[in-house]
Design a protein around this ligand. Structure first.
Ligand code: SAH
Length: 214
């Protein structure tokens, strides 16, 4: 489905809504205004694509709520050509937002069906990203270290291997908590090698699972 006047209008309204909810990063809002979220969902759900809600995709997974994508992306403070690792490709929408902002995106998905589908969607839309099918707990050390790491599934604690793949000055954004709710956590790796933690509201993500699936 091509982008349409109607979809563009709905995105503009979504951006207004996100501003009213406290999102101020202009680059993030610009990217949300440009990326056609409906292309990442079943075409039957065009009317749902631009409401500020998470939505089911295939394999029992969800495309994150636009507000959540906006919060996580704002916390990353993405600059052009930054190397960003995403764990949990899902629909590929978050990866497209990062690509739209000029980042070099590396994204890992444990579910093969989603990995294949997201790759197609981004190619059709003309966004480039490096896709990997595998267990995100391992990260991608051969492509690191990264300026930013974004985990889009819930974990109880920050995976150590991912922390190790962060540059000095790099930022890792992760929903930390149990299955029912998580606190959006920003970890910044400081010059002295210490990690600085800060907390940014409560969210509900699907869990990060070990290993891979079909
Ligand atoms: N960022 C996505 C939403 C992600 S939903 C989007 O923009 O649409 C969380 C995703 O994390 C799911 O697709 C799930 O399959 C994936 N996931 C869960 N555990 C994982 C792991 N260990 N490694 C990689 N992906 C994982």
């Amino acid at each position: 489905m091509a982008d349409s006047f109607e979809a563009k209008g709905k995105r503009k309204k979504l951006v207004v809504e996100l501003r009213s909810k406290g999102i101020t990063d202009e680059e993030v809002l610009r990217a949300i205004n440009r990326v056609p979220r409906h292309e990442f969902m079943d075409p039957a759900f065009l009317n749902h694509a631009y409401t500020d809600k998470a939505f089911p995709i295939s394999s029992g997974q969800t495309i994150s709520q636009p507000y959540t994508v906006a919060v996580q992306t704002s916390l990353l403070k993405v600059k052009k050509r930054d190397k960003i690792l995403e764990v949990g490709t899902g629909s590929g929408y978050q990866a497209a937002i990062l690509a739209e902002m000029g980042a070099k995106v590396y994204t890992i998905e444990r579910c093969r069906e989603l990995y294949l589908k997201a790759q197609k969607t981004l190619a059709i839309l003309g966004y480039s990203a490096e896709f990997f099918y595998g267990d995100g707990y391992e990260g991608k050390p051969q492509y690191g270290p990264f300026d930013g790491i974004i985990i889009t599934a819930a974990v109880a604690e920050v995976p150590e291997k991912l922390l190790q793949q962060l540059k000095t000055g790099g930022r890792l954004v992760v929903p930390l908590g149990d299955m029912s709710s998580q606190v959006m956590t920003l970890v910044v790796k400081k010059e002295d090698g210490q990690y600085e933690y800060s907390y940014h509201g409560t969210f509900a993500f699907v869990p990060m699972l070990k290993g891979t699936a079909k």
